[in-house]
Design a protein around this ligand. Structure first.
Ligand SMILES: NC(=O)c1ccc[n+]([C@@H]2O[C@H](COP(=O)([O-])OP(=O)(O)OC[C@H]3O[C@@H](n4cnc5c(N)ncnc54)[C@H](OP(=O)(O)O)[C@@H]3O)[C@@H](O)[C@H]2O)c1
Length: 390
């Protein structure tokens, strides 16, 4: 049985202008501008701008520092590692071992989610790694079934799940809390997704139109964001959303303005050469939101790593296809979350700073775009392709 926090609501009027002095705000904006927080890195990355490792950590001359993830500035003033470790599909002891290995390789950020069912092992790996909390960026996500207010208890469902995530991760505060999906869960399959992707799936036709939660409405998306915002800044430093379409993101930004809510600091969406997510990235740029790409390597589902354009660039530059795909992401100005359970690949995925793709290489990779207009996911669930589905 779920229990809910009795925590008093915190003041929602805590936009950046309310919490920082005008001077501090101006300084932050200037810093973001200077850093290219619009993340138009194409030339700047190649030229080694400040979003790369610090000058004292010049990756070109010191192979050791290739392990250090450089950071990007969030509009909250905090910094986020540009390359973090993704943990989707890692389960049980493998999640512990892979996360510990990633931290030992130098990853400074971990991405998990309630529905990955590995927050406990991720937390144990963080503790075992000896990495200081202040040196690590920890982000997790609220699963879509936990939207809205529970009609029985009249309390926000997200409160329970935030408390659970913090407890499992063994930390007092999240650096980033993301809404996992803009729409509801579905009761299509049994057992539920939290039982793991390998669970024996049994499609229940009677569930085809049922949603989780059963009382879900499109207004619940915005309402849930507002409920999540009540935990900023006490238990959560910054908020983000995942898988939002351009329309959904614009609606959310308007809602934040109307309701004086902190706007998302990060948008995490699928993004790779097949699905470059240009429209959402442009909205992020305009609003100083860091775009975090998932499935950069094809998520084990899309043949990006075997794509001849990618493999031929990799051969020419003497790097791996995975490094080419990750470098493509960096040169689009996005943050990355490569996942691997193998130490060598974890290392390889961090070594993306010592080379760059030329304008010609980028143009060739542009031709790989297979996305339909407004398509939101390719490796993800197909129904979310249609941004107006919800
Ligand atoms: N917000 C969302 O809805 C959402 C959705 C999906 C993912 N994510 C996040 O984004 C992260 C990344 O996405 P993802 O895990 O789906 O896919 P991904 O990082 O694109 O790809 C992971 C796959 O690539 C393999 N791989 C990793 N490094 C490689 C390399 N250097 N060479 C060849 N193969 C390599 C991995 O296999 P091995 O493990 O065997 O090496 C695994 O099969 C996730 O882990 C998760 O944290 C978020």
């Amino acid at each position: 049985m779920e229990t809910f926090d009795e925590k008093p609501m915190v003041d929602l009027k805590r936009g950046i202008g309310d919490t920082k002095s005008a001077r501090k705000k101006q300084k932050l904006e200037e810093e973001m501008k200077k850093e290219g927080c619009e993340l138009e890195l194409d030339e700047k990355v190649a030229a080694g701008c400040k979003t790369e490792p610090e000058p004292s950590e010049n990756v070109l001359s010191n192979s050791k520092v290739e392990k250090v993830s450089p950071t990007l500035l969030l509009h909250t003033g905090a910094r986020i590692p540009t390359v973090q470790f993704g943990t989707y599909k890692l389960k049980g002891v493998e999640s512990f071992e892979a996360t510990l290995s990633a931290l030992q390789q130098g990853y400074k950020g971990i991405d998990t989610a309630t529905c990955y069912d590995n927050e406990k092992q991720v937390g144990e790996a963080i503790a075992a790694s000896g990495v200081r909390r202040e040196d690590l960026f920890v982000q997790t996500k609220l699963w879509r079934s936990y939207s809205g207010i529970d009609p029985k208890t009249k309390k926000p469902r997200c409160d329970t799940w935030l408390r659970k995530s913090l407890k499992l991760l063994g930390i007092g505060k999240l650096d980033l809390w993301l809404m996992h999906w803009p729409g509801p869960g579905r009761h299509l399959n049994y057992p539920p997704v939290k039982m793991g992707m390998e669970r024996p799936k049994q499609v229940k036709p009677e569930n085809a139109t049922r949603m989780a939660p059963l009382d879900w409405t499109p207004a619940m998306r915005l309402e849930t964001y507002g409920l999540m915002a009540k935990h900023v800044p006490e238990s959560v430093s910054a908020l983000g959303v995942c898988n939002f379409s351009p329309r959904q993101l614009k609606e959310l930004l308007a809602y934040c303005t109307e309701n004086n809510l902190p706007r998302p600091a990060v948008v995490q969406n699928e993004c790779h050469p097949y699905l470059p997510a240009r429209e959402v990235r442009a909205i992020c740029r305009e609003n100083r939101i860091v775009f975090q790409a998932y499935a950069s390597l094809g998520a084990g589902m899309l043949p990006l790593l075997q794509e001849p354009t990618v493999t031929s660039i990799a051969t020419r530059l003497a790097v791996s296809p995975g490094q080419v795909l990750l470098r493509w992401g960096l040169q689009q100005g996005v943050a990355l979350l490569p996942k691997s359970c193998k130490t060598e690949r974890q290392q390889e995925n961090l070594k993306v700073w010592h080379f760059s793709l030329s304008t010609e290489d980028l143009a060739l990779m542009d031709k790989l775009d297979k996305s339909e207009e407004n398509q939101n996911t390719m490796a993800g669930w197909l129904r979310e392709h249609d941004p107006d589905f919800y």
